[in-house]
Write a protein that binds this ligand. Structure first.
Ligand SMILES: Cc1cc2nc3c(=O)[nH]c(=O)nc-3n(C[C@H](O)[C@H](O)[C@H](O)COP(=O)(O)OP(=O)(O)OC[C@H]3O[C@@H](n4cnc5c(N)ncnc54)[C@H](O)[C@@H]3O)c2cc1C
Length: 586
């Protein structure tokens, strides 16, 4: 029999950005919050001496080990899915701070178009513009409604940035100025200006100057040391949950962090969650943590897995398109530079060893519906970007095609080109399709015997069209920047996780938001339609992926969910949003 713990107001499953935000906001409001985290507790002291490329970059030392539980993967329903065993293909967070410790820090807002993608596409081009099988829908919230929560995330994280020409309306400027502009960034800016585009610096959580956030937490100025994505920041200069929302929650005295606690089920009676069941990973003992409100903040895969394992909500059926849990699983093309071109410069040398996870420059003339798609065979789009993450010592061996990959010629050319090559990439979204989804694997289990979550996902023709469109733009930029040799990536064929170099690190969907329980799992407070004291928070709620990185949108939705939970607790419960309050669009 599991040991029963005392009931609390709120329990969160996972303590990364989203769990940390829920914990901070509700503990500040005076509620008792317990955060259950399968990993250990991390503080900034654990980042000291972390400039070890082999450990953190090559062997992905900060992320969840895939030996006990992982995700299985297949392209389509006719295939048997196999477990992903390489962290280079699946990068999930663990320990307090989750993926927020080792994120790069690009902090984007999605566009007003993203939140109303279905209705705006139909209004401008007609229903026939949406490819067969693509299951886009409006999010049940508009950009204007979400804007104050984006602002809160940015103020908490101290984001450094400058406004772009196509950026959505903002209620406040970025709290800190943009990062410095390196020489290659200036080259990109000039080239983009010459071509008539509208470049600006990436919004960044590697912040430009020391900043105290509204909760009184200090984030220091970025040193451009280049050990950023895949690492924790030992200068405390990359905003993450470990130096912001988690200490804020802890300082209230109302937050209890229980690490080494793996949640295995959501407990409920009828249509009310009563708490969660978890295992202490050190002792193997099982506990029940009762709570008035249960909040899943354990990232896309585990949020959906817990719902399916606990038999909450209607599982999605890819044949009929009915059901919602597992629906609209998708990911993001771009963070891994899968759509990119490399340029080699014979007569120019750059200082590429310095950088930061979100140091870079972009233009967004071809994102969302910023341009006319009438003659294009795709919707939405992407952002053309040069990012200077900083060249760590071990991975600077870019050489032009045709160079042998060992021996004297390789050595000479890799030294010659080490500081003479720049990558321009096109960061775009992958749209949801009826046959891309998450469910429980019928074969593979974790070490406790529970089924792993299974993803069914492939590149679509839509992805390929956007890829080809984007590659041309990357080549155009490198030509204008003066590259002597330009090598674009090869066209995307079948999606194969081992060989395409694609990394699942921005996965979304599976418990999506919307305006009706027919087409969504949660409403626009991320409250389950079927269980009003269960909130499912994170990118699992995105009905589709936008062009850029997801965390600011997940963070904004977490702030909104926290506000909804407070309202729920104060006003005695109930659904916070009426079903089909807006017009249904699918
Ligand atoms: C290398 C890398 C670079 C990235 N760069 C960017 C970027 O530049 N910009 C951007 O926007 N995004 C970036 N991301 C994505 C970003 O890290 C995630 O969007 C973000 O961390 C998600 O926050 P979350 O709170 O939803 O989930 P997580 O941060 O994953 O937190 C979930 C927590 O839940 C815990 N958990 C899971 N299952 C259980 C369970 N059963 N019981 C208890 N606890 C559990 C996990 O251990 C984890 O700590 C990057 C990701 C990676 C891997």
């Amino acid at each position: 029999m599991p040991t029963q713990l005392d009931k609390v107001d709120v329990v969160t499953v996972g303590v990364g950005w989203t769990g940390g935000i829920i914990a901070a906001e509700l503990s500040k409001a005076g509620y008792q919050v317990v955060g259950l985290e399968r990993g250990g507790e991390v503080t900034v002291d654990d980042y000291l001496h972390s400039k070890d490329q082999l450990k953190y970059d090559s062997r992905i030392g900060l992320m969840h080990s895939l030996s006990n539980d992982t995700v299985t993967y297949r392209n389509n329903q006719d295939m048997e899915a196999l477990p992903i065993r390489e962290n280079s293909n699946l990068r999930n967070g663990t320990h307090t701070g989750g993926g927020g410790k080792h994120w790069a820090g690009q902090t984007w807002r999605y566009l007003p178009y993203d939140f109303e993608i279905y209705s705006q596409t139909v209004d401008r081009y007609g229903e026939e513009k949406i490819p067969e099988g693509m299951t886009i829908q409006d999010w049940g919230i508009t950009y204007d409604e979400l804007e104050p929560y984006y602002d809160r995330f940015e103020q908490t994280a101290g984001i450094s940035g400058e406004e772009g020409s196509f950026g959505p309306e903002r209620s406040n400027p970025y709290p800190t100025p943009p990062l410095k502009e390196s020489y290659p960034m200036r080259m990109f800016r000039e080239a983009a200006d010459n071509l008539g585009y509208h470049p600006y610096r990436l919004p960044s959580a590697n912040i430009s100057e020391t900043y105290e956030n509204p909760d009184g937490q200090t984030i220091y100025a970025c040193q451009y040391c280049s050990f950023c994505a895949n690492y924790g920041c030992d200068f405390a200069a990359k905003s993450d949950p470990v130096i912001t929302v988690i200490p804020t929650a802890q300082e209230t005295g109302n937050f209890e962090l229980r690490t080494g606690s793996n949640v295995t089920r959501i407990l409920y009676e009828g249509d009310q969650a009563t708490g969660v069941l978890f295992t202490d990973l050190e002792t193997g003992e099982e506990f029940e943590q009762p709570a008035d409100i249960v909040v899943l903040t354990s990232y896309t895969f585990n949020n959906v897995r817990l719902l399916l394992l606990s038999e909450i909500g209607d599982p999605y059926d890819p044949e009929t398109g009915e059901g919602v849990i597992g629906k609209n699983f998708t990911d993001h093309h771009g963070p891994d530079s899968s759509c990119a071109a490399i340029g080699f410069f014979e007569d120019q040398k750059f200082n590429l060893h310095m950088g930061a996870g979100a140091l870079g420059i972009v233009y967004d003339d071809f994102v969302g519906d910023n341009f006319d798609h009438t003659d294009e065979d795709f919707i939405h789009g992407g952002m053309v970007r040069y990012q200077q993450g900083g060249a760590n010592p071990m991975t600077n061996n870019e050489v032009p095609n045709g160079t042998p990959n060992w021996g004297r010629e390789f050595k000479e050319k890799s030294l010659y080109y080490a500081n003479r090559s720049l990558v321009v990439n096109f960061m775009f979204n992958s749209m949801p399709y009826q046959d891309h989804y998450l469910d429980l694997d019928p074969t593979y289990t974790d070490s406790d015997g529970d089924p792993l979550i299974r993803m069914t996902y492939d590149f679509s023709d839509h992805d390929r069209s956007l890829f080809n469109f984007g590659i041309d733009l990357c080549v155009e930029m490198l030509e204008e920047m003066g590259a002597d040799i330009i090598e674009p990536n090869e066209e995307m064929d079948r999606f194969e996780v081992e060989s395409t170099g694609f990394t699942f690190q921005h996965s979304s969907g599976g418990a999506i938001m919307g305006d009706s329980p027919d087409t969504s799992a949660v409403n626009n407070y991320l409250q389950m339609w079927d269980m009003d004291n269960l909130f499912v928070v994170g990118a699992s709620a995105f009905p589709h992926f936008g062009a850029p990185n997801p965390t600011a949108t997940a963070g904004a939705l977490a702030y909104r969910a926290a506000e909804g939970i407070e309202e729920y607790l104060e006003n005695g419960g109930g659904l916070l949003v009426k079903e089909r309050e807006r017009t249904k669009h699918t």
